[in-house]
Design a protein around this ligand. Structure first.
Ligand SMILES: Cc1cc2nc3c(=O)[nH]c(=O)nc-3n(C[C@H](O)[C@H](O)[C@H](O)COP(=O)(O)OP(=O)(O)OC[C@H]3O[C@@H](n4cnc5c(N)ncnc54)[C@H](O)[C@@H]3O)c2cc1C
Length: 339
């Protein structure tokens, strides 16, 4: 399916992926409306640490180990993407800290990845997630997109049905609902998605915003604005947003081992739910459901992947060249072959 410029496109979800897609499509000349029932409230995209960290993710998140090249290509889109939005890209890297035995283990894993060995990773960057989300919304509005506070409940080619019963004419729907749509609703491909609850601690402190992220065993410390982000739990199968102190115990202990001076009892807990596919890469592309294009399942890397996913969605809708990463993220790659 390919649409003419000026066609009406609905985007369900205004997190990192939906917002980047909305901006891209508005700039391509589509009439875009983004729907989200929680506009301005917390989603995974607004609690995220904002790291754009291909090497650290390949090192510390096993499903991402095989995706270093695609993650690096996604990161390489960020300098232009951030500049166009007017958001600051912090390129101060990642410092590995911790017990000697663990650092040796990390060095071996870096070597296996073919990444430069050493206690410093200079190619991982970061942004301020919340500011970037606001900048995306503003840029998308300036490009002609509109945002509505409503959930999309159903879609058939030509018509989106909203949760409040309204029906609006759209030629295509982009599903960027994070963990909000699963189990086959709106698109059968969402059956492969599973949630991973993440709790992150934010400790108010004036630090050096240009300092590197510190990665220790079981924890990262990411400077930013007026707070240090200490993350994050990986609670597989959970999709509730309730802070849960028991689940943050190991995280607090890992942070205290690195920085005994931090008063972690003063930290605020923020909760977001990521959603993952079995191989850790998002689903991007046309669904079996007519007129539905999927952009979900970015696991721990929704910010890293946002510009790449937005470019891909734009290319699917215009019929442009999809580029080399489309196949790895194909929305239908988990379908069983027909016998
Ligand atoms: C603690 C934590 C730390 C993280 N740190 C990083 C990091 O450092 N770097 C990184 O790249 N990633 C990070 N991530 C992962 C990243 O946040 C996610 O991959 C990313 O936010 C996914 O974006 P999304 O737009 O797909 O989903 P979301 O941010 O979940 O947004 C989905 C939106 O869809 C809306 N929605 C749901 N159902 C409907 C519907 N039916 N109709 C309309 N709208 C709907 C929801 O209200 C929501 O706003 C982190 C995640 C967590 C939880």
């Amino acid at each position: 399916m390919k649409l003419q410029s000026g066609a009406r496109v609905a985007v369900a979800g205004a997190g990192a992926l939906g917002s980047a897609v909305t901006l891209r499509l508005a700039r391509l000349g589509f009439q875009v409306t983004a729907f989200d029932p929680s506009l301005g409230h917390v989603n995974a995209s607004s609690v995220a640490a904002g790291m754009l960290a291909p090497v650290s993710e390949a090192l510390f998140d096993p499903p991402s180990r095989d995706h270093l090249d695609v993650m690096r290509r996604a990161r390489n889109l960020w300098p232009d993407f951030a500049a166009a939005l007017g958001v600051r890209l912090v390129r101060s890297g990642v410092r590995i800290e911790g017990a000697e035995g663990w650092r040796r283990e990390v060095a071996v894993r870096l070597d296996a990845l073919g990444a430069p060995a050493g206690a410093f990773i200079d190619e991982d960057w970061r942004i301020d997630a919340r500011q970037t989300l606001e900048a995306l919304h503003e840029a998308a509005r300036n490009a002609g997109a509109t945002f509505q506070s409503a959930a999309v409940r159903a879609f058939e080619p030509g018509l989106a049905t909203l949760a409040d019963g309204r029906r609006e004419a759209f030629e295509a729907l982009v599903l960027a609902t994070g963990p909000g749509v699963r189990g086959g609703d709106l698109a059968p491909e969402t059956r492969v998605l599973t949630p991973i609850k993440g709790q992150i601690l934010r400790l108010s402190m004036q630090g050096d915003d240009e300092a590197p992220v510190v990665r220790g065993e079981g924890v990262y410390l990411a400077p930013g604005g007026a707070a240090l982000a200490i993350g994050a739990t990986m609670e597989h199968g959970r999709d509730d947003l309730a802070p849960d102190r028991a689940a943050t115990k190991a995280l607090r202990a890992a942070a205290a081992a690195l920085r005994p001076d931090l008063d972690l009892d003063q930290a605020e807990v923020e909760v977001g739910v990521r959603v993952t596919t079995p191989d850790g890469l998002p689903l991007v592309g046309w669904s079996q459901a007519p007129g539905v294009l999927i952009a979900v399942g970015a696991r721990r890397n929704g910010w890293l992947f946002a510009p790449l996913v937005a470019d891909l969605v734009g290319a699917y809708l215009t019929g442009d060249n999809l580029g080399q990463d489309a196949a790895a993220m194909d929305a239908r790659r988990f379908e069983k072959p027909k016998t």
